[in-house]
Ligand binder design. Sequence first.
Ligand SMILES: Nc1ncnc2c1ncn2[C@@H]1O[C@H](COP(=O)(O)OP(=O)(O)OP(=O)(O)O)[C@@H](O)[C@H]1O
Ligand SMILES: [Mg+2]
Length: 268
Amino acid sequence: MNDMMPISDGQAGIAGLDRKIVVKDVTVRYGSKVAIDDVSLQIKDNNVTALIGPSGCGKSTFLRCINRMNDTIEGCHVTGSIQIDNQEIMASRVDPAVLRARVGMVFQDPNPFPKTVFDNVAYGPRIHGLASSKSELEEIVQHSLERAGLWEEVKDGLHKMGTALSGGQQQRLVIARAIAVNPEIILMDEPCSALDPIATAKIEELIDELRQNYCILIVTHSMSQAARISQDTAFFHMGRLVETGPTEQIFTNPREKRTHDYVTGRYG
Ligand SMILES: Nc1ncnc2c1ncn2[C@@H]1O[C@H](COP(=O)(O)OP(=O)(O)OP(=O)(O)O)[C@@H](O)[C@H]1O
Ligand SMILES: [Mg+2]
C-alpha cells in the first residue's frame, strides 16, 4: 500500500444514526498551496473527536471546513463534499450564517465581544430571533451560562464586561455564547492552550458533559488532553489524514508508524 494512503479504520463502521458529519474527498488550497489533501472522515454525534498532528499539518484548516469559515479567507479554496445529517453544506444555496449557528466555534484565544457578560451570550439569540420576550432571553442566557459552568461565578455580575473576566472564565463565556444559539456541533481549536491547569481542567470537564448533547471536534497539541477527553482521534500529517479510530487504539496500538512516532512524542 502507498505509504501516504490514509488508513481509515472505524470509518465504514459508523452507523447511520451516529454519523453526524461525513467529509468526502475534501481538498483545501491557499492559492496554489495544498493545505488539506483529499481527506475523507466520518464524525460521530454525541462524541468528542480529537484532531492531532504537527504544527502546520492542516488541523485548523480542516476544522474551518465544517462551518465554512474558510470561505472568509481570501485565496482559500475548498473542494469535495461535507454532509451534516446527510445535507450537503458545500452547496451554494446553504447560507453560511445559518450554518454557523448550527456549527459553533471556539478559538485558542478567548475572544469575548467588548460587551457585557449578558450581551455576549444574548448576542446570537438576538440576531437569530430565538427569544420572543425579555424573560425568555434571560432564560437562554442563564441556561447557557449554567451549561458552560460559569453561572455561579458571574450571576451577580452579568452587566460587567466579558473582557474583564479571567482567561478561563472568558473561554467558558465564549462556550456559553456558542451554546446559546442551540448548535449541533461545536468546533474547538486548541481551546485550552492559553489557560492554566485549573482552568483547563474545568474546560475539559465541561467538554465531557457537553458531549452528551453535541458533536464536538477539538484540535489539541496535548496528547494527554486528547487521551483524556476524546473517544475518537484523527491524526493529520502534511495535509493528509494518516489514521483515525478509537482514541485508545490510536494511542496504544496505531497502525501507522508515523502515528506512533507522533503520539509518543518522537516528533511534532
Ligand atoms: N490564511 C492562510 N493563508 C495561506 N496559507 C495558510 C493560511 N492558513 C494556513 N495556511 C497554511 O496551511 C497549512 C495548514 O495550516 P493550519 O493552520 O491549518 O495548520 P495547523 O495544523 O492548524 O497548525 P498549528 O498546529 O500550528 O495551529 C500551513 O502550511 C499554513 O501555512
Ligand atoms: Mg491550528
